[in-house]
Write a protein that binds this ligand. Structure first.
Ligand SMILES: Cc1ncc(COP(=O)(O)O)c(C=O)c1O
Length: 394
């Protein structure tokens, strides 16, 4: 029985939500259906909201520490949901995963060092090292029969001299949940070449296990992976609480941990805040049923989009994600230049999606659709798109 109403349309305007209140700035118009930034339009779990309200009612908001119950919530979650046994001192709060990536880049590399990424991939993987004046080296994914695969031969050719590989596990925007074997292979190559792996696992809780896609934490696949990686996770995507900023790092290797956590401590970056701790505990202890229902709803949204496109817009193909609520749309059969494709979505269909080219090599001809919205909103968006394309073709 459904306990939560994901069909509810929540007006987010005026809440300073990037997804809604920055439309004009980013897309030139307010009058668009917003399906870009990776957060969901659903209310989060009531268990989280209630925990925050209760803490707020206390009224005293002094300095706050990461309590035993905070660590227990994370340790139990990782054991229960991902069969990953971690030790308490491996864990540290971090103020966001993109910032975490920047900290690793700053701590473990110097200007001009090579950082490997696997495009098309979440754009800060390229932007952050570039802003830190590191050389970003592309190890592009290969699209085989509509499924992204890692190109390990290309990686072996390019890895010499690199310092870090940023792994997107699961992958955004391609939606792949990497298999244990794929991760073992990456671990082997990186360890043997002294390349530290950052495993960004922000989308891990949203893997569609019922469809055979089980998230495998990178550090759990082998000793080489455990000893040569820094993993970032968060309840932020999982429970739609990105604005609360409640991420954490897991570092099993003693030397890496000592170096990284000393670096963070030098700027007090390991200190979280009241609502991060409160929300993380409520999420991992009391919101599992909400997550399972949210995932079922998202999965139905994905099927809805896929069926709609097949029936009405066969020139656009949805890549069915193995995790999360981001659907990579292959629009190459429309045979439009990228700027015309973007203009079709924004100006003709009144839709705000992410332009595929921001994700780097391999993104041309693609758009990224966020399906973390009520189905009615998606239906309206797809109707707009169908009409825009029909008008163009006429
Ligand atoms: C792969 C990936 N990493 C990190 C983030 C953002 O994480 P944070 O808000 O903690 O910086 C996102 C958000 O879309 C993402 O998709």
């Amino acid at each position: 029985m459904a306990n939560y109403n994901f069909d509810e349309i929540v007006d987010r305007s005026g809440t300073d939500a990037i997804k809604v209140d920055l439309l004009k700035e980013r897309f030139g118009s307010d009058n668009l259906i917003s399906l870009w930034v990776a957060d969901m339009d659903f209310k989060s779990s009531p268990a989280i909201t209630e925990a925050i309200i209760e803490r707020a009612r206390h009224g005293v908001f002094g300095y706050t520490c990461a309590s035993q119950s905070y660590y227990d919530a994370i340790i139990n979650w990782l054991a229960r949901r991902h069969q990953w046994q971690v030790e308490q001192d491996w864990i540290s709060y971090i103020p966001g995963i993109v910032k975490g990536i920047a900290f690793v880049v700053d701590c473990f590399t110097t200007k001009g060092d090579k950082v490997l990424i696997q495009p098309p991939v979440y754009h800060p993987f390229r932007i952050i090292p570039t802003l830190h004046e590191r050389e970003v080296v592309d190890n592009p994914l290969r699209l085989e029969a509509g499924v992204y695969k890692m190109d390990l031969d290309d990686l072996k050719q390019k890895i010499s001299g690199a310092k870090v590989l940023i792994l997107c596990n699961p992958h955004n925007p391609g939606g792949r949940v990497w298999t244990r074997q794929e991760l073992i292979d990456i671990a082997e190559i990186c360890y043997d070449n002294n390349v530290l792996v950052i495993s960004d696992e922000i989308h891990s809780d949203l893997a569609f296990g019922h469809a055979g896609h089980t998230h495998v934490p990178f550090a759990s696949v082998s000793e080489k992976a455990a000893q040569n990686s820094i993993t970032f996770m968060a309840p932020s995507k999982t429970f739609n609480i990105a604005g609360i900023v409640s991420s954490f790092a897991v570092v099993p290797n003693d030397e890496l941990r000592e170096r990284f956590y000393s670096y963070l401590e030098a700027s007090e970056l390991r200190d979280g805040h009241i609502f991060a701790y409160t929300a993380t505990k409520a999420a991992y202890n009391d919101a599992e049923d909400w997550l399972d229902e949210a995932k079922a709803y998202i999965w139905q949204n994905i099927q809805f989009v896929d069926e709609y496109l097949r029936a009405n817009i066969p020139q656009i193909k949805a890549m069915i994600p193995e995790a999360s609520y981001l659907v990579w749309l292959d629009c190459r059969q429309l045979c439009l230049k990228q700027e015309d494709l973007v203009s079709l979505f924004v100006h003709d269909a009144h839709l705000a999606l992410n332009d595929g080219t921001i994700f780097g090599q391999g993104g041309e001809g693609f758009m990224r659709l966020n399906v973390g919205s009520p189905r009615k909103v998606l239906e309206q968006a797809l109707n707009n798109l169908k009409n825009a394309i029909n008008n163009k073709i006429k």
